[in-house]
Design a binder for this molecule. Structure first.
Ligand code: MG
Length: 292
């Protein structure tokens, strides 16, 4: 199934998207609509799919929000997790933080307040804060059943589904502070959506991730990768993030980005006002955000 959150008629709604992708059906009473995590916890625990609470609507009539509009806590994010991406940064200031396949993943976080909808604008923070804004197309894992010390062998049973994120990054701020947290956590720096596809409908371990940038009226495919090329695969990431930390339903793990980020070009190609970034993942859908 595909689970989405949207606004319509001055209210927020939470429910399912039809297989055709043309219609949405509200399934959760309005007082609970902010809490996709509660729905995930119920479904992951074997609970029934809630009955419709209202009429079906054309998708074109509603405004999608992020499916997890405000995650309960920071998003787990993985750095340098595609070989080609690690290689494109090998001559940059990040050359010393390339993950090794025989080592441990790089893990950092973004604050929950970064999350915006699949078509919302991303706010450029201003030159005083950063002049090096970059995109990162990523498949994000949404945890279903929680747990601690989850072994690789059982990790996929804890995955509720997948969504698309843009791990927007301020490169100069990442470098300036050594730790990446500030440079990854500016307001609006995590477009998410268009919905969550449940793990029974999408094999997140092998799907295609693409990113287009439109700048000055010209659209260019910048990133084109497959999640089978992750250095640390999804079961390993769940195992890693749950080691000594109890994962909760609705937790998000962004799995890393393929090669083709702006920083990898010579000279770098930073995002500017009016640029549009579109990220599409096969079997999932697309998000598209204007930088303002
Ligand atoms: Mg990233």
């Amino acid at each position: 199934m595909r689970w989405a959150r949207w606004s319509w008629g001055g209210r927020f709604h939470l429910g399912t998207v039809s297989p055709s992708g043309d219609e949405v059906t509200p399934r959760v009473a309005e007082r609970h609509v902010s809490d996709m995590a509660a729905v995930i916890a119920s479904l992951a625990g074997g609970g029934p799919v809630p009955e419709p609470t209202g009429a079906r609507l054309p998708l074109s009539a509603v405004t999608l929000t992020a499916p997890l509009a405000r995650p309960a806590r920071n998003l787990f994010c993985i750095g340098r997790n595609y070989r080609a991406h690690a290689e494109e940064l090998a001559t940059t200031v990040f050359r010393d933080t390339v993950a090794r396949a025989d080592g441990w993943p790089i893990v950092f976080t973004k604050v929950p307040e970064t999350v915006v909808g699949p078509h919302d604008p991303v706010r450029l923070p201003g030159a005083a804060a950063s002049e090096q804004i970059d995109y990162e197309a990523e498949l994000a894992v949404v945890i279903g059943r929680g747990g601690r010390d989850i072994p690789r062998s059982r990790a996929l049973a804890h995955v509720f589904g997948y969504t698309v994120v843009n791990d927007v990054s301020a490169r100069d701020v990442q470098v300036r502070h050594q730790q990446w947290h500030l440079g990854k956590s500016f307001d609006t720096f995590c477009p998410m959506g268009p919905w969550i596809v449940t793990a029974d409908e999408l094999d997140g371990t092998d799907t295609r991730v693409r990113c287009w940038v439109t700048s000055g009226g010209h659209t260019e495919l910048r990133q084109d990768g497959r999640t089978r090329d992750l250095i640390f695969d999804i079961p390993t990431l769940v195992e890693t993030c749950s080691r000594g930390i109890t994962l909760q339903p609705g937790d998000v793990i962004a799995t890393g980005t393929p090669s083709g980020v702006g920083m990898g070009f010579q000279p770098p190609r930073w995002l500017g006002r009016g640029d549009v970034v579109r990220i599409e993942i096969d079997g999932l859908g697309a998000i598209e955000n204007r930088f303002e």
